[in-house]
Design a protein around this ligand. Structure first.
Ligand code: HEC
Length: 158
């Protein structure tokens, strides 16, 4: 009888370990990790500015806003969006504090205007060191004269 009880207990325990019964574990919650680009381990001001300049190119600030950051009329490249300008940021950025510039770059929020095309998603998760370097470099950009907002239109008369 004692052997029978032991056998019964063994059977009950092994039933709990049947294949198909999946052990559940708590699932880790995913959190956004900040990205640090190569060069983000700069050791001095020169390295920091060089890293910021590289990020300027990497994120295309100097493509959409022009090589000297004086603004680009997208309509000249894509006629359907004629009138859409990437601002002359060499003149607009000095009006923003570092915190306002970072908010624009991370969250797409400008203190006084709507933002439509400016791609803040690409710089949203920059590490603090990358963001510091990018902003430090942007502060070194010399102010450029603005080009006229609209090209003069020549009206054709029949
Ligand atoms: C895909 C093109 C594009 C890229 C890349 C881009 N921008 Fe812009 N940005 C724009 C456009 C267009 C505007 C004008 C507002 C709008 O329509 O979103 C703008 C607006 C801004 C403004 C606000 C200017 C104002 O009028 O007050 C700042 C500052 C700025 N960009 C900085 C940057 C920086 C710094 C980078 C690189 C990290 C960058 N942008 C990359 C297109 C771009």
């Amino acid at each position: 009888m004692r052997h029978f009880v032991i056998l019964l207990m063994f059977a009950a325990v092994s039933a709990c370990e049947q294949p198909g019964i999946v052990e559940t574990r708590p699932i880790a919650i995913a959190t956004a990790a900040s990205v640090t680009f190569d060069g983000g381990d700069y050791a001095d001001e020169v390295g920091k500015l060089a890293h910021g300049k590289r990020l300027d190119t990497l994120f295309g600030c100097n493509a959409c806003h022009g090589p000297d950051h004086s603004g680009v009329n997208f309509g000249e490249m894509i006629p359907i969006v004629d009138g859409l300008w990437a601002s002359n940021i060499s003149r607009e950025m000095p009006k923003l504090s570092d915190a306002q510039l970072e908010r624009l770059l991370r969250d797409g929020i400008h203190p006084s205007r709507e933002i439509y095309v400016m791609p803040s998603k690409q710089t949203q998760f920059l590490s603090a060191r990358d963001m510091d370097a990018l902003i430090a470099h942007l502060r070194t950009i010399p102010r450029q004269a603005s080009r006229p907002l609209c090209r003069p239109r020549i009206s054709k008369r029949p």
